[in-house]
Design a binder for this molecule. Structure first.
Ligand SMILES: Nc1ncnc2c1ncn2[C@@H]1O[C@H](COP(=O)(O)OP(=O)(O)OP(=O)(O)O)[C@@H](O)[C@H]1O
Length: 256
């Protein structure tokens, strides 16, 4: 269901004025984002910039104090079931049902999204294969390494073939071979019209992988656009440091 004043459904994610305060701390301060469908969109910012808080509000995991978010024109907070059916989320630091095996966790996610049992079984097998988790699929998630947990959570986020994937730090703790495989899967997904939003600290990866990037610091948008627009002819990492500041020029740890 699309409201009269909803944004263009060709935009995979739109946020307007997203704001969240934790006590004295304004974690996200009026964030406006426009993520075009089919883009590979990086969200970067220093530690504590508000990336996780912003993405949690945009995907319906955290209620904003102010502001709105639309997934393909569907208001996340007015029509959460419809909006959530269109998005797959890999949240950072959220506990998963780790007393299930990997295969059970992916299956659970598929059934929760209303897929039939046969489709769920087929897709679960495919996902375990591409994530190199075939053997581990029978083990309990509680016994997984951090990288394996990340991969199985990513698989659970993808099983309903959403139009948009929102992935908070998807490559953290993932080994380089698995990371390359995941990058291929995501690039292929974006080529076929899916939209990927990733938060990351790895500028090199964002520069190589993403078509668009938003730089967030202190809960505010510092720059957004295509990677080339934001880079402005320079290395993304240098540009990032310029935009967010924070390099220490004074004395270091003289006693060390
Ligand atoms: N549940 C919470 N309660 C209190 N403060 C919080 C909570 N969640 C986040 N914050 C604060 O909000 C700010 C933004 O945090 P957030 O996790 O969104 O940043 P981030 O950009 O994802 O950081 P990182 O790159 O380190 O993961 C931080 O100052 C953090 O301490």
């Amino acid at each position: 269901m699309r409201a009269e004043n909803a944004p263009d459904p060709d935009l995979a994610l739109v946020t307007r004025g997203l704001t969240k305060r934790f006590g004295e701390k304004e974690a996200v301060a009026g964030l406006d984002l426009d993520v075009p469908a089919g883009s590979f969109y990086g969200v970067v910012g220093p530690n504590g910039a508000g990336k996780t808080t912003a993405l949690s509000m945009a995907t319906g995991l955290l209620r904003p104090d102010h502001g709105r978010a639309w997934i393909h024109g569907v208001d996340m907070w007015a029509d959460p079931l419809e909006a959530k059916s269109r998005v797959g989320v890999l949240a950072d630091g959220v506990r998963t049902f780790d007393r299930l095996s990997g295969a059970q966790l992916i299956t659970y996610s598929g059934l929760l999204h209303g897929l039939d049992a046969e489709t769920v079984a087929r897709r679960t097998e495919d996902l375990l294969r591409v994530m190199d988790l075939q053997e581990a699929g029978r083990k309990l998630v509680v016994d997984y390494s951090a990288g394996m947990t990340k991969k199985v959570s990513l698989a659970a986020a993808m099983i309903h073939a959403p139009e948009l994937l929102v992935l908070d730090e998807p490559f953290e703790a993932v080994d380089p071979v698995s990371a390359a495989n995941i990058r291929d899967i995501l690039a292929d997904y974006a080529d076929r019209g899916g939209t990927v939003i990733v938060s990351s600290h790895v500028m090199d990866l964002v520069q190589r992988m993403c078509t668009h990037v938003a730089v967030i610091a202190d809960g505010r948008l510092r720059a957004a656009g295509t990677v080339d627009e934001v880079r402005d002819g320079r290395d993304l990492e240098d540009r990032f440091v310029d935009l967010v500041g924070g390099r220490h020029t004074g004395e270091g740890l003289a006693w060390l």
